[in-house]
Ligand binder design. Sequence first.
Ligand code: SF4
Ligand code: SF4
Length: 75
Amino acid sequence: MIQIVIDHEKCDGCGICIDVCHKGPRIFKIEKVGNKNMCVVQDASYCNICTTCLSKCPKKAINLIKNGNEKCNKN
Ligand code: SF4
Ligand code: SF4
């Protein structure tokens, strides 16, 4: 079970995660929260843990959490 957690303090809603992920539009969407655009996860079940979004997010706002609290990193 994978969880994708967006740090909304860091995310600026640029949408790069949607562009770089092979299932981007299914997994992420950009929403206005308050007066700020930001990324919201709609369905993490499409994630294959490729970690592309982690390395491409310019704000380093994306965390992948597997089995509770283990962060997924490239290996
Ligand atoms: S790439 Fe990063 S900063 Fe841009 S919308 Fe996605 S999570 Fe937010
Ligand atoms: S790790 Fe890969 S499959 Fe999962 S959300 Fe990021 S880019 Fe998409």
